[in-house]
Design a protein around this ligand. Structure first.
Ligand code: NAD
Length: 274
C-alpha cells in the first residue's frame, strides 16, 4: 500500500485506454484516493463510470485547461472535497491535426499557440492554482514523448510542445523544490490512445518501436501506470526534474541492430508482424 493516505487529482482520463487511466489504476491499487477531471460533457459520460470504478463517485469535476476559470473552480472543488492533496497528474496534450503531419514549416501561428497553451502552459497554470492545496511532500507528474527530444516523423508541432514541456518540468522542479514539491515527467513509448490516433502513420511508429527497442515490445498503460505510481509515491522522494523513459529502452538506441545475411548487413526485425 505505497499510496495509502495519499490524495490527488488526475487530469487527462478520456477512457480506459488513456495513459492517465493506467496511472489511476496503479495508484488506486496502492491505496490512493483520486479525484478526476473531464474535458467536456461528452467525456464526462466516460469519466464518471471510471471514477466510480475507483470509488471516486463524488470526485469528478470539469476542467478544460484552456479556460482559466475552470482551473480556479477545480481548486475550489478539491479544497472543499479533499482539503490537502499529495499529487497531481497532468496527462493532457492537444495539437490541431494540421500540426501532426505534412511539412513542418507549414505550421500556423494559430495551431502553434493552441498546442503550446493546452500541452505546456496548462501544466504551469494547474500547478500554480493548486499549489495552496499541495502538501509539503507532494509530487507532480506529466507525460511526454521522445519526439520532444529527437526528430520523429509526423510528430511535428507536438515535438516542439513536448520539448517545451520537458524544460517546464525542470524549471518547475527547481522552483518548487523549496516547497517540498517534486515535478517529474514520464516519456512513454507509443501507445494506441485517442490522442495518438491524431498522429500521422502512428501504426508504423508502434511497429518501429517494437522492432527496435531493446525489450522488443511496445509498452502498456499498466507499465506506464506502475512507473507513474513510483514517481507519485514516497519511493521517489529524492527524484525531481527527471524525464523518466518508459519505452522498452527505445531511446538508448543510436542505430537499429543489424544482422548479417550472406555477408551483407540487414536491419534485424524481431518485432511481430501485426
Ligand atoms: N499515446 C502515446 O503514444 C503517448 C506517448 C507519450 C506521451 N503521451 C502523452 O500522454 C498524455 C495522455 O495522452 P494519451 O495518449 O493517454 O491520450 P488520451 O487521448 O487518452 O488523453 C489525452 C487527454 O487530454 C485531454 N485534453 C485535451 N485537451 C484538453 C483541454 N483543453 N483541457 C483538458 N483536457 C484536455 C483529453 O480530454 C484526454 O483526456 C499526453 O500528454 C500525450 O502527449 C502519449
Amino acid at each position: 500500500m505505497l499510496m495509502k493516505g495519499k490524495k490527488g487529482v488526475i487530469l487527462g482520463v478520456a477512457n480506459n485506454k488513456s495513459i492517465a487511466y493506467g496511472i489511476a489504476k496503479a495508484c488506486a491499487q496502492q491505496g490512493a484516493q483520486i479525484a478526476f477531471t473531464y474535458l467536456n460533457e461528452a467525456l464526462q459520460k466516460r469519466v464518471e463510470p471510471i471514477a466510480a470504478e475507483f470509488g471516486s463517485d463524488n470526485l469528478v469535476y470539469p476542467c478544460d485547461v484552456s479556460k482559466p476559470e475552470e482551473i480556479k473552480a477545480l481548486k475550489e472543488s478539491l479544497e472543499r472535497d479533499l482539503g490537502q492533496i499529495d499529487f497531481i497528474v497532468h496527462s493532457i496534450a492537444f495539437a490541431p491535426k494540421e500540426g501532426l503531419s505534412g511539412r513542418f514549416y507549414d505550421i500556423s501561428r494559430e495551431a502553434f499557440d493552441i498546442a503550446m497553451d493546452i500541452s505546456v502552459y496548462s501544466l504551469i497554470e494547474v500547478v500554480r492554482e493548486l499549489k495552496p492545496l499541495l502538501s509539503d511532500n507532494s509530487s507532480v507528474l506529466t507525460l511526454t514523448y521522445y519526439g520532444g527530444a529527437k526528430y520523429i516523423p509526423n510528430y511535428n508541432l507536438m515535438g516542439i510542445a513536448k520539448a517545451a514541456l520537458e524544460m517546464t518540468t525542470k524549471y518547475l522542479a527547481e522552483d518548487l523544490g523549496k516547497d517540498g514539491i517534486r515535478v517529474n515527467a514520464i516519456s512513454a513509448g507509443p501507445i494506441k490512445t485517442l490522442a495518438a490516433a491524431g498522429i500521422g502513420d502512428f501504426r508504423f511508429m508502434l511497429k518501429w518501436n517494437e522492432a527496435h527497442s531493446p525489450l522488443k515490445k511496445n509498452v502498456t498503460i499498466d507499465e506506464v501506470g506502475n512507473s507513474g505510481m513510483y514517481l507519485l509515491s514516497d519511493l521517489s522522494s529524492a527524484v525531481t526534474g527527471e524525464i523518466h523513459y518508459v519505452d522498452g529502452g527505445f531511446n538508448i538506441m543510436g542505430m537499429p541492430a543489424v544482422e548479417f545475411v550472406d555477408g551483407r548487413p540487414r536491419i534485424a526485425w524481431n518485432g511481430t508482424d501485426k
